[in-house]
Design a protein around this ligand. Structure first.
Ligand SMILES: Nc1ncnc2c1ncn2[C@@H]1O[C@H](COP(=O)(O)OP(=O)(O)OP(=O)(O)O)[C@@H](O)[C@H]1O
Ligand SMILES: [Mg+2]
Length: 240
């Protein structure tokens, strides 16, 4: 029998105009930092924005946002609270920042549960911070959400780009829209990723420089929005 919760998910997501999954084939490339900055930047541009941390085993957007004590309210569903202008949902409300060592089936179950109980208001954008790789969460979202779009993050390293190539090819096969590729932690002016991205038939949305000062802005959104990363993300918002 089909899980009855799956039919309610697209109903729950009806008030959301665009759903953008910030994803990569690789870990540690800057997905969480970019997803959070993207959400904050769009909110600053007067868009209505939600941010949903889908990385259930290692959530980090609450740390980037500097959230300490926050809880959603319940009103015929879970209503995500607003943080720095962004409606914010994460498993940390329930895991209380303890480890959540979930196996594959449990990841799917938690994802389906949170998607089916979360009550989003009318949103221009819902940004999803994805876990690394093409794992259960990615496969579940592809199966469950009708109008999902992907923004793919890579670093200049071949090791990252080769995994991104696989993700891009899977999405192409499944006819899922890809907004383009963002190259993060650039250390020089190499155009290799730009050229490789075009060869894949995808848009190169921008290159973000490695910034050794970025650590200071984690937990402080005012500082984060003044970084060179945020300036480039602002530029990217004009292309998506
Ligand atoms: N442009 C940058 N310059 C310097 N450091 C960066 C930059 N982008 C991200 N970082 C740092 O790299 C680390 C990984 O970033 P982040 O957690 O956003 O990556 P991720 O892709 O979400 O990782 P994971 O796959 O574990 O979820 C963090 O310490 C972050 O501060
Ligand atoms: Mg992350």
């Amino acid at each position: 029998m089909r899980d009855p919760r799956t039919s309610i998910i697209n109903q729950r997501l009806k008030p959301v105009h665009r759903i953008i999954a910030v994803s990569s084939g690789k870990g540690g490339v800057g997905k969480s930092l970019i997803a959070t900055t993207l959400a904050l930047t769009l909110a600053k541009k007067n868009c209505t924005v939600g941010l949903f941390d889908i990385d259930f085993t290692s959530p980090s957007t609450h740390i980037i946002l500097g959230i300490k004590k926050l809880q959603p309210t319940e009103k015929k569903g879970i209503v995500p609270p607003t943080v720095h202008g962004v409606k914010y949902m994460s498993i940390v409300y329930y895991s209380k920042d303890q480890a959540t060592p979930l196996r594959g089936a449990d990841v799917s179950n938690a994802l389906i549960e949170l998607l089916s109980i979360t009550k989003w208001s009318k949103l221009d954008f819902l940004i999803l911070d994805m876990p690394p790789g093409i794992g259960d969460a990615t496969l579940d979202l592809l199966r469950l959400i009708e109008n999902i779009e992907f923004l793919i993050v890579t670093t200049p390293s071949k090791l990252a780009f080769e995994t991104v190539r696989k993700l891009a090819s899977l999405l192409k096969e499944l006819k899922i829209p890809v907004l383009g590729i963002v190259e993060n932690m650039k250390m020089n002016h190499s155009k290799t990723v730009q050229q490789q991205t075009r060869k894949l038939g995808l848009a190169y949305l921008g290159g973000i420089a490695y910034d050794s000062e970025i650590e200071k802005s984690i937990g402080n959104t005012n500082l984060l929005l003044n970084t060179s990363l945020a300036a480039e993300v602002q530029n990217i918002t004009t292309k998506i």
